[in-house]
Design a protein around this ligand. Structure first.
Ligand code: FUB
Length: 449
């Protein structure tokens, strides 16, 4: 009986391993933005905001953020994400104006076995000082997945967006938030009330909007990270201190402005299994409308003096891809200048992308594929070429050893083509698709057999 159990467990484990793939964006069936990642109980939980298209007939701006609820996602490998569904919605929090679709960037933190989810939204009632605008509320759960029970009222004395909570080693909790500038106050032990007067984190750049505070500590350095409009759109910057309330010293840029011109960015930084990661967002599923964003992850590295190395956003993302899974080659690590990325179907961005190699010599490279023991004999490819074409598969780089050469028949529809491959080495390697033809060849994905 034990043996049968072991066999079943091994079979399930290898099935799961075979289905690993990794790419940016990490959430691929809906828009997701403003990611806060937290490690709870050995898993990474992702608390993003949720961009949607403004519904008709609600008197909403079509050119602005539209967000009515929050989902929570979890992952053990940063690759496969489980959507645990909606945890808080504008219709279920009684202080929120349920016509405002204003559930912006959230955070979540654990204390004494409870999970405190902080979220901003437009208030439906004026507070004692006569203000409406953005308030910050809290919903509490016994598990990171929920159910979360919203508090009756937003946190008193806080007006703003983008809550972020940090609990220091001595147990003191701090709430940070934004309103053009960044503010901080101590939180009471109950995590629901301020325990000090709000104060501005005044050492940050004087000019240009600052929002999305995310504070973390590493080796006694407190890192205040924030999006800031230094030029025309936001970039991710950080300042450091030896205390959660500052004074902070402006230290550097974590990520430059979006190459796709996404006006916002929003970050969290988390250590998981001895590697630091930057969670951020961009608008690759929606290049024409930057209020439809998607969460991405890339590795983040520190210099020996504690400063942060700049993170260059990649499509490849993080994690190892199994050679027997789908290798989405358009989520490249690097490519030649002539290679472009296009949607498979313009009408449905969530159907994904393909790499278009325009001419002979164009290439696209996908790193960190696990070829296991290297026993693969065939590759299946989803590709097309209007005029027909030939591509080569190489290992390591565009001039590396050839493992197969594929004739792509002429036609405009993507087709599955299977060929034999040889010379595959064991272990983790990079794969490069190189065009041998002077007319365009399009490649969607590959899988080894
Ligand atoms: O998602 C709405 C707003 O855009 C967030 O609250 C800001 O941080 C920016 O990302």
């Amino acid at each position: 009986m034990k043996r049968i159990k072991l066999f079943i467990i091994t079979a399930i484990a290898s099935f799961c391993a075979n289905n690993l793939s990794a790419q940016n964006p990490v959430i691929r069936d809906q828009f997701s933005a403003d990611p806060t990642a937290r490690v709870f109980n050995g898993k990474v939980y992702l608390f993003p905001s949720h961009d949607i298209t403004a519904p008709e007939g609600k008197n909403l701006r079509k050119d602005w953020f539209c967000m009515k609820d929050y989902h929570v996602f979890s992952s053990e490998n940063l690759i496969d994400w489980t959507d645990h569904g909606v945890i808080v919605s504008q219709n279920t929090v009684n202080w929120v104006d349920s016509t405002s679709y204003s559930m912006w960037a959230p955070d979540c933190i654990a204390r004494n076995g409870k999970y405190y989810f902080y979220f901003p939204a437009n208030t439906s009632v004026t507070d004692p000082s006569g203000r409406k605008g953005f308030g910050i509320g809290v919903a509490i759960a016994d598990n990171p997945e929920g159910p979360y029970i919203p508090q009756e009222k937003p946190i008193s004395g806080v007006h703003g967006i983008d809550p972020n909570v940090f609990i220091d080693k001595d147990g003191q909790a701090y709430l940070y938030w934004a309103m053009g500038k960044i503010f901080v106050a101590k939180l009471k032990e109950n995590m629901l009330e301020l325990d000090s007067e709000p104060q501005e984190v005044s050492e940050l750049p004087e000019v240009g909007l600052k929002e999305g505070p995310f504070l973390f500590e590493r080796n006694g350095i407190y890192y205040m990270t924030y999006p800031h409009v230094q030029n025309k759109i936001e970039r991710l910057e950080y300042a450091i201190s030896n205390s959660p309330m500052g004074p902070f010293k402006i230290t550097g840029v974590i990520m430059d402005e979006s190459p796709m011109n996404c006006w916002t960015n929003h970050q969290s930084v988390v250590e998981y299994r001895n590697q630091w990661y930057l969670f951020y967002h961009q608008n690759e599923y929606s290049p024409q409308f930057d209020k439809h964003r998607s969460v991405c992850i890339d590795s983040l590295f520190f210099n020996t003096d504690g400063t942060i190395q700049k993170v260059v956003p990649t499509r490849r993302g993080v994690g190892v891809t199994n050679a027997a899974g789908r290798i989405e080659i358009d989520r490249f690590s690097s490519k030649s200048e002539g290679t472009t990325i296009a949607f498979n179907q313009a009408a449905d961005p969530f159907d994904g992308w393909k790499a278009v190699l325009a001419k002979k010599g164009d290439w696209v490279q996908y790193n960190t594929i696990d070829f296991g023991k290297g026993k693969f004999k065939k590759v299946m490819l989803n590709a097309c070429a209007k005029m027909g074409g030939t591509i080569q598969l190489r290992l390591e780089n565009a001039h590396g050893p050839v493992i197969g050469s594929i004739q792509v028949p002429s036609g405009s529809e993507l087709n599955k083509i299977e060929i034999k491959v040889s010379g595959i080495q064991s272990g983790i390697q990079n794969l490069v698709v190189v065009s041998e033809t002077d007319t365009p060849v399009e490649v969607d994905w590959l899988t080894f057999k």
